[in-house]
Design a protein around this ligand. Structure first.
Ligand SMILES: *[C@@H]1O[C@H](CO)[C@@H](O)[C@H](O)[C@H]1NC(C)=O
Ligand SMILES: *[C@@H]1O[C@H](CO)[C@@H](O)[C@H](O)[C@H]1NC(C)=O
Ligand SMILES: *[C@@H]1O[C@H](CO)[C@@H](O)[C@H](O)[C@H]1NC(C)=O
Length: 282
């Protein structure tokens, strides 16, 4: 009987281990849930409290994983985090922060007849840094990310996750979504910036995007090589409910050369920034 009980216990242990080992890859295929982080350099290794755990996805077998909440799309609550716009005249937020994304991407420019570059939009991947708020690495993320991205031989924004993990800026980057430009959906002309989490953190939520309008634009306090800091709000007449306000702060790079020769090819300039989204319905 003892032997039988012991054997059963051993079998149960093996089954639990098997289940644990088998569970991760299965869960990782579900879009809103990130691969469980691994290694001590993980983004979540020292995650502070306040992790969002409301959704029915908190089935991680060990304490080391921080599942991304399927409802909120971000791993740690950020509503009490403070947006630091000191050194600028950007307005204070009217809503609580809901997402903090490290943006890694490119600013595109075309050379006008006057011999100066004008913006033709931007494309960036936004990575969830909600669990890094308050950690020592948080305030330098945009710089460490820029150093890695700017020295990468690739200019493809699709390569940015690999760039961040290779340089150990974020060991296991979790993509919130993409930032890009679309034709202004209200007027049908001109470009409007869009933040779109419908393919990543909030896959399956058709309203998980915001199209915005720029309200305020100030020079980066860090210098003329860095793109401006911005304050935007959701554009009247658009349907996405991802955010009410968007801040682009802590920029690195992205500015074009001061002059160009008319007729030369468009250019792409790498940049990083911290995007803070407030309000919204997620
Ligand atoms: C910016 O340029 C890159 C490289 O040419 C291109 O892949 C991307 O689609 C462009 N994005 C925009 C918004 O023009
Ligand atoms: C980024 O890299 C380019 C070379 O690809 C270099 O010319 C430029 O100075 C770098 N930018 C910064 C801000 O380090
Ligand atoms: C922004 O979105 C909120 C809902 O999230 C909506 O109530 C508000 O009217 C929108 N603002 C504008 C300017 O469209």
């Amino acid at each position: 009987m003892f032997t039988l009980t012991k054997s059963f216990a051993l079998l149960a242990t093996i089954l639990i281990h098997f289940h644990t080992a088998a569970a991760a890859p299965t869960q990782a295929r579900q879009p809103p849930r990130p691969s469980p982080p691994s290694g001590s350099g993980s983004q979540f290794a020292n995650a502070p409290g306040g992790q969002r755990g409301a959704g029915g996805v908190s089935t991680a077998p060990t304490g080391s994983s921080t599942p991304q909440d399927v409802t909120t799309g971000t791993a740690c609550a950020v509503s009490t985090a403070t947006i630091d716009t000191s050194g600028t005249t950007l307005p204070a937020p009217s809503f609580a922060p809901s997402f903090i994304g490290l943006g890694v991407g490119t600013q595109n420019y075309t050379c006008g007849s006057a011999g100066t570059y004008t913006s033709t939009g931007a494309l960036a991947e936004l990575f969830d840094v909600s669990c890094l708020v308050g950690q020592s690495s948080f305030t330098s993320l945009q710089s460490t990310a820029f150093a890695a991205w700017n020295s990468s031989t690739s200019t493809a924004v699709s390569s940015t996750s690999g760039v961040l993990s290779s340089a150990n800026v974020i060991a296991s980057p979790i993509t919130l979504g993409q930032h890009y430009f679309i034709t202004n959906p209200v007027t049908g002309s001109g470009l409007s910036p869009k933040w779109d989490f419908t393919s990543n953190a909030l896959a399956g939520n058709a309203d998980a995007f915001v199209v915005a309008a720029k309200i305020d634009d100030v020079a980066a306090p860090t210098g003329s090589a860095d793109v401006d800091w911005l304050y935007l709000t959701n554009l009247t007449g658009t349907t996405g409910t991802l955010a009410n306000e968007i801040y682009r702060i802590d920029t690195q790079g992205g500015q074009p050369p001061a002059s160009c020769t008319s007729g030369t090819a468009d250019i792409t300039v790498k940049y990083t920034a911290m995007y803070w989204l407030t309000g919204g319905s997620f």
